[in-house]
Design a protein around this ligand. Structure first.
Ligand code: SAH
Ligand code: SF4
Length: 367
């Protein structure tokens, strides 16, 4: 880690071991208020003040939180870990995309990617170390699940990248849960992170700027809407027949296409809101003319956009990218049927930062 990078972190002067203190990043504002009240007898508005200092002013030293009394500031430093958000490694692609490696608890590693787009940057974060779903085309899927990330480990990625972005004079406008892991498998920690990202006293992002991508865990999708999670949903469809989808995505045996799509037809969407249907195009597997024929019929009645993702085949898992003409042809045909379709070409391929390439360093070295 070079010195320029280490300067972006900051820690409180307090000397008690961090392990005894819970990270500020692990609490929603309501939870922090309750914790402060029980542990220190502080009034709930103290949590509002701490959130503003922390997430809006980027002040991580409680002794500098000057609208809080000096004695309380000292107590806060002893109670809470105000954290360091430094990363272990950063690589920069020739297309401007940046990949970050973060070390989380127990020396585990996760990756996050700042994806450079023409008019904005999107931050792609990880929700788990590995993934239990085992999709056949995905590198993360080959790792199996090691563990869920805690809310503080998800937000450590956001804060680390946010602080480093100052070195590049940029920032992200959108956050997508499309890194390592299945976010809806780690429902509680991911949705708590989203509540902090969208909290008006926290990072205050709009729900339209946050996307959660799921493999299609039907009960969790229902819960996502029941609990009115402040984010947009994207669902990885990736196939138009159960035979093919079950082959490449084992979860399809549990929640087949009709069950998944009927669920999406029934969830309550807000006015003008839509679901994104992701479709990773695998040559000769799910990009055939028959697939194109079936897709519009399958998704009828779902307020959706289709995001076509030409497979990034650097992973060496036996699948290949479609002929580049195919995504364009699909886009045109879908548009003609009144379906909005976009194509997402891979970014950051030279630094292994593209879709489906995120694995831990240790796993990569072993390969
Ligand atoms: N687990 C979630 C989110 C992480 S994967 C999910 O599956 O939706 C994010 C997206 O990347 C998914 O749409 C997935 O199908 C896609 N993906 C995985 N490997 C890929 C690869 N090698 N090339 C292109 N897209 C890939
Ligand atoms: Fe997990 Fe998503 Fe990869 Fe499937 S595509 S293995 S759900 S990360």
């Amino acid at each position: 880690m070079n010195t320029a990078l280490s300067q972006i972190s900051s820690s409180p002067a307090d000397s008690s071991p961090p392990s005894e203190r819970q990270s500020v990043l692990s609490f929603s504002r309501a939870e922090l208020a309750a914790h402060l009240e029980t542990s220190l007898g502080l009034k709930p508005y103290r949590a509002d003040q701490i959130f503003k200092w922390f997430y809006q002013q980027l002040v991580f030293d409680p002794s500098l939180m000057t609208n809080i009394g000096k004695a309380d500031r000292e107590l806060l430093g002893a109670l809470l870990d105000f954290g360091t958000f430094d990363f272990t490694d950063r690589q920069i692609s020739k297309d401007g995309t940046r990949k970050y490696l973060f070390t989380v608890k127990n020396d585990m590693q996760v990756e996050s990617v700042m994806i450079k787009q023409p008019s904005r940057m999107t931050l792609c974060v990880s929700s788990q170390v590995g993934c239990a779903l085992g999709c056949k085309f995905c590198q993360t899927g080959t790792m199996g699940l090691t563990r869920h990330l805690g809310t503080e480990e998800i937000l450590k990625q956001v804060m680390g990248v946010l602080l480093d972005a100052k070195n590049f004079d940029d920032s992200f406008s959108n956050i997508v849960f499309m890194g390592m892991g299945e976010p809806l498998h780690n429902f509680d920690n991911v949705t708590r992170a989203i509540s902090i990202l969208t909290d008006p006293h926290g990072l205050a992002l709009s729900r339209r700027k946050i996307t959660v991508s799921t493999v299609g865990l039907v009960p969790a999708i229902k819960r996502f809407f029941e609990e009115n999670v402040q984010a947009t949903l994207a669902v990885s469809l990736n196939g138009t027949s159960d035979d093919v989808r079950s082959e490449i995505m084992p979860i399809n045996k549990k929640y087949p296409i009709s069950v998944l799509l009927d669920t999406l037809r029934s969830v309550p969407l807000r006015n003008r809101e839509h679901i994104t249907l992701e479709y990773v195009m695998l040559r000769g597997v799910n990009d055939t003319p028959e697939d194109l024929e079936r897709l519009p019929k399958l998704i009828r009645g779902i307020p959706c956009k289709v995001n076509l993702i030409p497979y990034n085949d650097n992973a060496g898992l036996g699948f290949s990218s479609p002929d580049p003409k195919v995504p364009h042809h699909w886009q045109k045909k879908l548009n003609e049927k009144g379906i909005t379709a976009t194509i997402r070409w891979s970014k950051g391929q030279d630094i292994d930062a593209a879709c489906g390439q995120l694995v831990t360093q240790s796993t990569r070295k072993r390969k």
